[in-house]
Write a protein that binds this ligand. Structure first.
Ligand SMILES: Nc1nc2c(ncn2[C@@H]2O[C@H](COP(=O)(O)OP(=O)(O)OP(=O)(O)O)[C@@H](O)[C@H]2O)c(=O)[nH]1
Ligand SMILES: [K+]
Ligand SMILES: [Mg+2]
Length: 513
């Protein structure tokens, strides 16, 4: 583990990759080249002659200015003469491309970067990338090779263009599927977590320096210096503690709100899942016990990613071993859920299964009661159902009434569902209801961050309690606690890192990023 990730790196290979989506044909494809030989490579591509040393006078585009240029490539043996690897000095035009140069360090990676915006046809992209491969085999043997997954971003990190939280933000932005995931990722990529953790770390390091000064002065311990530090560290400890008490908001936005549909067999759980998913994702039938496995669909609910799971109907008595396994899985989905939709056949609100469910549910989870099959119910049955809300310990009037068959009540259900999902994330004591939209509050987005912040809190508390308050620890050992707290925060941003952690973080990336 090094205290700084600024390492003296051996001369880097120049790398290239298709940075735009690799799937189908597209209007434009972007091929990115990064490394010390980026300009040399570009010179070869712009040169009409296949010479080992292209005309040094050949004008490269100005830095950061788009320039329309012809790209040239050697005519391969297959296309002209099967015998020769390359036919004389012949080159052909590969494409007319928009070329951009970003000389380092003012580039994404911090190295010299060239971007080729070529036409997005598969043949164009492969002609240009083949030419890059050929240059690698060229007599000059330019150290050029295809980039590995996340290698551009890794270089950006190694060249101090981004810290680890910004790298993670970028990975999240690339995989963001909903509005809130995009907002969260964009703020993190913009450095809101870096700024926060860096400033906390700096304050701890400052305290450490003060303590070390006291140690250096030996017996003349300057109590004033230590006294001045106490409120500062207490505030810091309070700030870090508030930071982790966030209802896992960021992590939930990032990974998706887990919503479980549960209830008695045949209540209409799978019908509700299909209605919300707008496709027949789960089998619906009149046979009680149809659903066995947990069926998950991913939804975008008012900009929030939701993982909705349909589960086996929970009932006490079943002979069927497979159904029993399904019920166990349903209970697990219930335990994992951030929000529960309890579907009840409005005509059957006195069943034991309803009570069985209310016994298994966890208190901390929000439960929405959904009375289904209103199209089949009498007024009296609806009144009985409404009266059961109290028995279940749920707020009177909070129930929703739907018919999956006729669609009655589905609009009201949808908007209540959206409200509940958003409330779950932003209606806590510190929230304003739309905190995630408007404020740049830095929230923890990964378990990795949480572990380090919790470790830092632990060390700060030990220092405050054992040293400042109880005087149980000698000064030099107490200082270790501060050092540890600073180190934990440094590990979040990657100021301090191990290769293992980097490998894990960069695993999330695709080729070309
Ligand atoms: N009339 C009417 N029938 C419904 C409604 N919702 C569901 N059904 C019917 O009720 C039966 C059970 O529906 P499912 O969606 O399979 O119920 P489930 O809760 O998933 O059942 P299991 O998976 O067996 O626990 C099916 O025949 C549905 O067509 C509704 O609102 N009105
Ligand atoms: K069923
Ligand atoms: Mg079902």
């Amino acid at each position: 583990m090094s205290d700084s990730h600024r390492r003296t790196l051996p001369e880097q290979d120049t790398i290239f990759a298709l940075s735009s989506g690799a799937s189908q044909k597209a209007g434009v494809a972007v091929i990115r080249i990064s490394g010390p030989h980026a300009d040399v490579v570009l010179r070869h591509l712009l040169s009409a002659q296949d010479v080992s040393d292209p005309d040094p006078e050949l004008a490269l585009p100005k830095a950061r200015m788009a320039s329309l240029r012809k790209l040239f490539g050697g005519i391969s043996s297959t296309s002209v003469d099967a015998g020769a690897a390359l036919v004389g000095n012949m080159k052909e035009i590969l494409d007319q491309a928009l070329v951009l140069r970003f000389p380092g360090p003012r580039s994404f990676t911090g190295e010299d970067v060239v971007e080729l915006h070529v036409h997005g046809g598969l043949a164009v992209v492969s002609a240009v990338t083949n030419e890059l491969m050929r240059l690698r085999m060229h007599p000059l043997a330019i150290p050029l090779r295809p980039a590995e997954k996340g290698e551009f971003t890794r270089r950006a990190f190694e060249n101090d263009r981004m810290d680890l939280t910004e790298v993670e933000g970028l990975a999240d932005l690339i995989s963001a599927e909903t509005t809130e995931q995009r907002r969260l990722a964009l703020r993190q990529m913009g450095g809101n977590l870096r700024v926060l953790y860096d400033s906390w770390r700096a304050q701890i390091i400052k305290c450490m320096a003060n303590v070390e000064a006291v140690i250096d002065f030996g017996d003349d311990v300057d109590d004033d210096a230590l006294d001045a530090m106490a409120p500062l560290l207490r505030d810091l400890e309070a700030e870090l503690s508030a930071h982790v008490q966030d209802n896992r908001r960021g992590e939930i936005v990032r990974s998706g709100v887990r919503v479980a549909i549960v209830g008695a067999p045949n209540a209409g759980k799978s019908s509700l899942l299909n209605a919300l998913a707008k496709r027949p994702a789960a089998i619906v039938s009149s046979v009680a016990g149809t659903t066995r496995d947990v069926i998950e669909v991913h939804l975008d609910v008012a900009g929030v990613a939701v993982i909705l799971s349909d589960t086996a109907g929970i009932r006490e008595e079943t002979e069927d071993a497979i159904e029993q396994i399904g019920i166990e899985r349903a209970k697990q989905a219930l335990a994992d859920a951030d929000l529960v939709l309890h579907v009840v056949d409005v005509r059957q609100t006195d069943g034991a299964s309803m009570r069985a469910f209310s016994d298994t549910q966890s208190d901390s989870v929000g439960v929405v009661t959904v009375f289904n099959k209103t199209d089949l119910s009498s007024e009296e049955e609806r009144q009985v159902a409404a009266a059961t809300m109290q028995q279940l310990g749920r707020a009177k009037g909070s129930e929703l009434w739907i018919s999956c068959t006729t669609g009655a009540g589905m609009d009201a259900f949808q908007s209540a569902f959206e409200t509940r999902v958003r409330e779950l994330l932003w209606n806590n004591s510190s929230g304003t209801g739309h905190e995630c939209d408007a404020s740049p509050t830095a929230v923890i987005t990964r378990a990795r961050h949480r572990v380090h912040v919790e470790n830092a809190i632990h060390s700060l508390r030990t220092f405050i309690h054992e040293f400042l308050e109880q005087n149980n620890l000698p000064l030099d050992i107490a200082t270790e606690e501060l050092r540890h707290a600073a180190s934990e925060l440094g590990q979040i941003t990657g100021t301090i890192h191990t290769e293992d952690v980097l490998d894990i973080v960069f695993q999330d990336f695709c080729i070309g990023k």
